[in-house]
Design a binder for this molecule. Structure first.
Ligand SMILES: *[C@@H]1O[C@H](CO)[C@@H](O)[C@H](O)[C@H]1NC(C)=O
Ligand SMILES: *[C@@H]1O[C@H](CO)[C@@H](O)[C@H](O)[C@H]1NC(C)=O
Ligand SMILES: *[C@@H]1O[C@H](CO)[C@@H](O)[C@H](O)[C@H]1NC(C)=O
Ligand SMILES: *[C@@H]1O[C@H](CO)[C@@H](O)[C@H](O)[C@H]1NC(C)=O
Ligand SMILES: *[C@@H]1O[C@H](CO)[C@@H](O)[C@H](O)[C@H]1NC(C)=O
Ligand SMILES: *[C@@H]1O[C@H](CO)[C@@H](O)[C@H](O)[C@H]1NC(C)=O
Length: 411
């Protein structure tokens, strides 16, 4: 009968999948933490910080990561009080990692003083991007516990010298009708032309992309209907946490430079299962007529139901776009070089469910590795995190290994 034959095929498939998994097509869990700890100058000082409420371990949650040579940066927004540093790093010199160092203490970046709230140098970092010119660009919300301490800003760090290069006020907090939520940042620049960078910033609450032109130190913003949220994808169920989101344009990533000297900007709203794209030629144009340019923004396709995504990263070597799948608790992939249409069937998955808590961020580094941050963000924001369980994990793999056997492997 047809169904018994079907079952037989399924059995064989399961055996195959099992073999592939056993032969190492897995992400390696490098670090995990139950709670975050920082490298304070001494133990007395840590105790003082805890006693006066400046360090509340249960309020510190890394939400994004970035990798630069031996440093793994962790971004800790000050959504709550008690976060002593909002940007920190750990050393990932892999030879030094042993079984006893799986939960390393975080080192504030570039130093402790920069995170002193009263100095207003760094208030609350929401996301960062590292460019090929060894600069780290940070989006600072200017808010602590949802209250403005200062205006939102774009802070640039020199990674070789470990200091703040520049700080630009994005827009005054009074310029907004709706409070901004600066969800993602992307820096469009090549190492041969470091002075002419364009920075793209997604404002998920105002449904805008803000563009910063480094050469002219100038900001402009653009809007488009595709930056809005899809009400049919706005309901999220993540474990026992159930919530609705109205966040629009959230996740940004881009292709290599094309023959016309521009890139393709890939973007998607948080409450959406669709992927969109636009040439950077369009969004860099300050005098753009938005109704005239409406059709320059392209609908790539749908990833299917429950495929809302919060972060993405592009590997220029393989052409693979990696992205988080928050409702499916996975990290997906799509090969932009394959020439295939963007739809549910051309999407792959690179993570195992038992390894994932909530996929908060995914990043590829310059030498072909993919890094994933898994945490309990929904529970942290809407429920009660428990400090006796593993709350944060850092996973990594080489890209070639992890895409092998998925639709994202063009070989
Ligand atoms: C501990 O660190 C604090 C902050 O830098 C410093 O003021 C204090 O003198 C240090 N205490 C000791 C015993 O080193
Ligand atoms: C990329 O990550 C790998 C670990 O997966 C590391 O060995 C390598 O040094 C990193 N490369 C760069 C350029 O950051
Ligand atoms: C990595 O750590 C090893 C062992 O501590 C050290 O010899 C090596 O110089 C380090 N490499 C870098 C690039 O820091
Ligand atoms: C790791 O920790 C265990 C138990 O705490 C200890 O026996 C072992 O020597 C440590 N290993 C290293 C390399 O420090
Ligand atoms: C903080 O910012 C001020 C003004 O830009 C600067 O003079 C100072 O060096 C900064 N402090 C740190 C610790 O970066
Ligand atoms: C910018 O947009 C305007 C209006 O849409 C158009 O006339 C102009 O040619 C564009 N500039 C560039 C450099 O594409």
């Amino acid at each position: 009968m047809w169904y018994t034959k079907h079952r037989y095929i399924i059995l064989i498939l399961c055996v195959f999948v099992g073999v592939i998994e056993l032969t190492g097509n897995r992400m390696k869990e490098l670090f995990n933490w139950k709670e975050i700890d920082f490298q304070f100058e001494n133990e007395t000082y840590r105790q003082i910080m805890i006693e006066n409420g400046q360090f509340i371990p249960g309020h510190c949650i890394p939400t994004a990561i970035a990798i630069w040579i031996n440093k793994l940066f962790l971004i800790l927004p000050r959504f709550k009080l008690g976060v002593p540093a909002s940007l920190a790093y750990i050393n990932i010199n892999l030879t030094e990692v042993d079984v006893n160092k799986t939960s390393p203490q975080l080192i504030p970046y570039p130093n402790w003083e920069s995170h002193d709230i009263s100095l207003r140098n760094i208030t609350s970092v929401l996301n960062v991007h590292i460019d090929p010119c060894d600069r780290l660009w940070a989006l600072d919300s200017g808010q602590i516990e949802n209250k403005y301490e200062t205006d939102p800003s774009l802070i640039t760090f020199d990674l070789k010298g470990n200091f703040i290069l520049d700080s630009q006020k994005i827009r005054s907090k009074t310029d907004y009708k709706t409070e901004p939520f600066l969800a993602d940042i992307l820096v469009d620049v090549t190492s041969s032309n470091c002075d002419s960078a364009h920075v793209y910033i997604a404002d998920a609450n105002n449904y805008e992309i803000i563009i910063y032109n480094l050469k002219y130190r100038d900001f402009h913003k653009i809007s488009h209907n595709y930056f809005h949220f899809d009400p049919l994808s706005s309901d999220l169920k993540i474990d026992e946490i159930h919530y609705q989101t109205q966040y629009g344009v959230f996740s940004l990533t881009m292709s290599p430079v094309n023959r016309d000297d521009y890139r393709i900007l890939y973007f998607c709203p948080l409450a959406s299962t669709m992927q969109f794209a636009v040439s950077t030629r369009v969004i860099q144009n300050k005098t753009l007529d938005t109704s005239e340019s409406f059709y320059e923004f392209k609908i790539m396709g749908s990833r299917g139901t429950n495929s809302q995504s919060s972060a993405s990263s592009f590997d220029e070597e393989t052409g693979v776009l990696f992205y988080t799948l928050i409702a499916k608790k996975a990290v997906g992939c799509w090969n932009s070089f394959s020439g295939d249409e963007y739809n549910e069937k051309t999407q792959g998955i690179i993570t195992e469910s038992e390894n994932m808590i909530y996929p908060s961020d995914v990043e590829v580094n310059r030498s072909g590795s993919v890094w994933v941050l898994s945490n309990r963000l929904p529970k942290f924001l809407y429920g009660n995190p428990r400090l006796e369980e593993v709350n944060f994990k850092i996973l990594t793999s080489t890209i070639r290994t992890i895409i092998k056997g998925t639709v994202c492997d063009a070989m």
